[in-house]
Design a protein around this ligand. Sequence first.
Ligand code: FAD
Ligand code: DLZ
Ligand code: SF4
Length: 507
Amino acid sequence: MSRLVLVLGDQLSTGLSALREADKSRDVIVMAEVADETTYVPHHPKKIALILASMRKFAKSLREDGWQILYSKLDDSENAGSICAELLRRAEETGATEVLATEPGEWRLIEALKSCPLKVRIHEDDRFIASHSDFDRWAEGRKALRMEYFYRDMRRKTGLLMQADAPAGGQWNFDHDNRKPAPGSVSHAPVWFEPDKTTQEVLDLVEERFSSSFGTLHPFGYATDRAQALAALTHFVDHALSSFGAYQDAILDENRFLYHSLLSAYLNIGLLGPLEVCQAVENAYERGDVPINSAEGFIRQIIGWREYMRGIYFHDGPEYTQRNALNHKRKLPDFYWGAETGMRCVSKAVAQTQADAYAHHIQRLMVTGNFALLAGVDPHALHMWYLSVYIDAFEWVEAPNTIGMSQFADGGMIASKPYVSSGNYITKMSDHCKRCSYDVKAKTGAKACPFNLLYWHFMDRHRDRFEGNPRMAQMYRTFDRMDADRRETVLREAQDFLDRMDADERV
Ligand code: FAD
Ligand code: DLZ
Ligand code: SF4
């Protein structure tokens, strides 16, 4: 009796655990474009296009490799609309009673597979460096789950940038070399790919079905198969990696990508593997083509942050996305969905997100994330926004970044202090402020940068929680040294700003 082998839209890797378990001569692969997955959040049209085009091309390559595949397109008339319903339909068609699956990257879909009335065997997704048990073992008995220590274990485990037992370059972490402000200009541009026939068909379908969603579909240049993703990796290593480290935290008004790799989506849907990406970076370092701060900084993002975030998501369980330690309840302002705002940094990050389904890490963390945290936006609403609008967003990686790192809504499981800053940080790392309708130097008054006002509002309303945090004590001392009238003015103006924002006035 044949079995069904489920391959999801972010499981496009030939070494997938369910495929390894399957028998090419008798088992049948099921791949399904379904309404439920394309609409559970209002995904950016580019994200839907990336996934559907990559699914179709991956299915073709599996077929050429001799697999039997039952593939459902989104507009097939018999399409049952959800992963479980498609499995049931295919089980009836083939007589299969058993399904081999690879663990999905979201609790929502894991639960759906578990409650699907078929025998579904879920295999761990081992396209990661740390398994669930590796992470649980590491976490056991620790008071704080800090990324840095986890990362060192991952360096030892993979041997990446290791010289015997010691880290290459004599240090584990070169982050202090990776904080250069915005460079005057950037010589590099990412590589884009002309849509082929398959991608064009998907673009037509997505345009017809999802054109009212937030996000611009055209031009579409993301890689949609492994060969293209590998070309994007090579392009990054050859042209951008050497400057990646130094400018990792910089933001430029006129350049959306700086020296970032844009590889996250390809990694997350399985077109690239984390180890091969890190090995390409390590090779460039060993050839002497890139400095240690770039190689280490990049590898840390992948075997450190990426693996750690996944570990936290699965370690903490399905309730993680509901956490709201700071009890923030404000609705997400309309300017996250493209309404006008005078805050140049925010409007540029959102416009870029709308155009490319991409913004780099510091824009996500220190602009849109920082603003939401300062303003007290409901972290779950913000989580749904990040999950919708970014090309690389899947809950296992998006939620810990949003709920934990960016919003401190997990109460400090990931971050030892909230990532909040006034306009100072943004003006140091970017050139936005020169073109803003607000004045970053103004601390009060009609022109005062809202980040400056809201920073103190945040500190004031969370004094009980953070005053005792040694990393924040200095800021409380600064606040307390302010003249009482000035303190009162700042808080009043911050509240006034929030009231106007809540009333949907242009701020
Ligand atoms: P680069 O700057 O070139 O970094 C290299 C790679 O490192 C990335 O491709 C990515 O795989 C990995 N990486 C870097 N930082 C992180 C991180 N914090 N967590 C996990 N991996 C990391 N990343 C996602 O992949 N999906 C998300 O949905 C996502 N949501 C985020 C939400 C918020 C609020 C924040 C602050 C960060 C989020 N990130 C997410 C992490 C990070 O912003 C993106 O991985 C990165 O911007 C992707 O662009 P890039 O490929 O050019 O990355
Ligand atoms: C994100 C996504 C989208 C938009 N569409 C599909 C789809 O039609 N079929 C599919 O198998 N997967 C899709 N995906 C990816 C899934 O949502 C993803 O597997 C889960 O969110 C778990 O990470
Ligand atoms: Fe952003 Fe404030 Fe600078 Fe304007 S002045 S760009 S709001 S940090």
